[in-house]
Design a protein. Sequence first.
Length: 417
Amino acid sequence: MSAPRLRNWAGNIAFRPRRYVQPRDLDELVEIIRVSDQVRVLGTGHSFNPIADTTGTLISLDHLPREVRVMPGRTAVSAGTRYGDLAFPLHEAGWALANVGSLPHISIAGACATATHGSGDRNGCLATAVAGMTGVDGTCRVFHLTAESPEFPGAVVHLGALGAVTEIELVTEPTFTVRQWVYEDAPLDNVFADLDDVTSAAYSVSIFTTWDPPTARQIWLKERVAAGRPDPPARRWGGRLAERDHNPVPGMPPENCTPQLGRIGPWHERLPHFRLDVTPSAGDELQSEYFVPRAAAVEAYRALRHIGSRIAPVLQISEIRTVAADELWLSPAYHRPSVAFHFTWIADEEAVRPVVSEVERALAPLQPRPHWGKLFTMDPAVVRAAYPRFDDFVALAERYDPEGKFQNDFLRRFFAG
Ligand SMILES: Cc1cc2nc3c(=O)[nH]c(=O)nc-3n(C[C@H](O)[C@H](O)[C@H](O)COP(=O)(O)OP(=O)(O)OC[C@H]3O[C@@H](n4cnc5c(N)ncnc54)[C@H](O)[C@@H]3O)c2cc1C
C-alpha cells in the first residue's frame, strides 16, 4: 500500500514512509521485514518527535489478530493493544496493572518502547511491568525474551530499534480501587520545602503548575483505598481541598477527566487523568519532559522557577511526577529515583523550541534525561552520555538488526556517537 498522509497524534510530525502496511499475520510481518531495507513500527502515534518515522516501510500492527491471555499474576497481550482496551477485561478477570500513564489511549508496545510513565514514589515506568516480549527482529528471527534472558533489561525500552514487538507479557496484581482528591493553589515553595511529604501522601501524586505564578494550581492525589477511610484535611501545604472536579489543563472541561472528590472506582478509571472515550489533555499541544535525580528536585525547581516568565507564555500546563528507579538500560529512571518535569506546550513549534532549549540549559547541570517520545533539542551526545549502558544498547541493537533496517534518522543521531 502506498503511504497515505500519516501524521502523529499532535499533528506536528508528517511521517515520510514509501509504504504503509498492515500485515494480517506473523508470516506477512516476517516477509515485510525481509523485503524492506528500512522499516519501523508505528504504535498509536502519540510521540511528539519523529522517533517512529521511516523513509522505508511503516508497519501498523492493527490488523494482526488481537489476543489477551489472562493468567494468575501475568497477562500476555498483543503488543498494539491500547492500555484502555486491556484494562477492562483485566479488571473483569480480577486483575490490575500497578500503574498507567495519564491517558489510556496509547499502545502498550509504544509506551514501553519509550519508557512512558505515570507517577508514584514506588512506581517504576510502565516498562517495569514487562515480564516477557515476543517479536520479529531485523534478521526475521522470531525472538522471545523473559526476565531471565541476559539482554532483557536492555531490550524492554528499545525505541523500536530491535524489531517489531508482537506480544508483551505484563505483571499484574489483584484488582484494586482508587480514589482521587485534588488540592488547589498550594505555593510551590511549600511543596518543594518538603517534596517527600507531598509525593508520599498518596500512591500516585501529580503536581500541576504554570510556573508563573509559582503555585501548584492543582495537586492530584490518587490513593489505593477501600471504602470507609476518612476524607483528607481541608487544607494542606497551603492549598485547599477542591470541592468540584477539575481538568489539569486550564480551560479544558473536567468531564474529560476521571472522577475526583474521593469517589472510589476501579484502578483503570482513576489512575489515568483522562478518560478513554474523550480527547485526552488539550488535544492541540506539544509536550516535553525531563527526568532529574530525585536528590536534585529542589535545584531543578529553583532553575525552572527562575525562568518561569519565559516558560509561561508558551505553556498550557506543567506536571511534576515521581518515578522509581529501575534496571532498564534506556529508561530515564535507570538507577535513579527521579522527578519528572513535564511541559504541555501550545501547538506552535517555532515559538516553543527556543523555550525548550532554555529549559534544557536551566536543567543541564542536573544531568536531565529527556522523555524519548517528546520534544527535545539536547545534543544527542549529551543524551547518550546520560545513559551508562548506551554503548551496550547499541551492541544489542546491532545483534538484533545487523543491517540497521530498524534505524531511522532520529535514532542514527544517538547511535552515531
Ligand atoms: C496526550 C498525551 C499524553 C501523554 N501522556 C504521557 C504520560 O502520562 N506519561 C508518559 O511518559 N508519556 C506520555 N505521553 C507520551 C507517550 O506515552 C509516548 O510517546 C508513547 O511512546 C506513545 O505510545 P505510541 O503507541 O503512540 O507510540 P508511537 O509514538 O507510535 O511509537 C513510539 C516508539 O515505539 C515504537 N513502537 C511502537 N510499537 C512498536 C512495536 N509493536 N514494535 C516495535 N516498536 C514499536 C515506534 O517505532 C517508536 O519508536 C503522552 C502523549 C500524549 C499525546
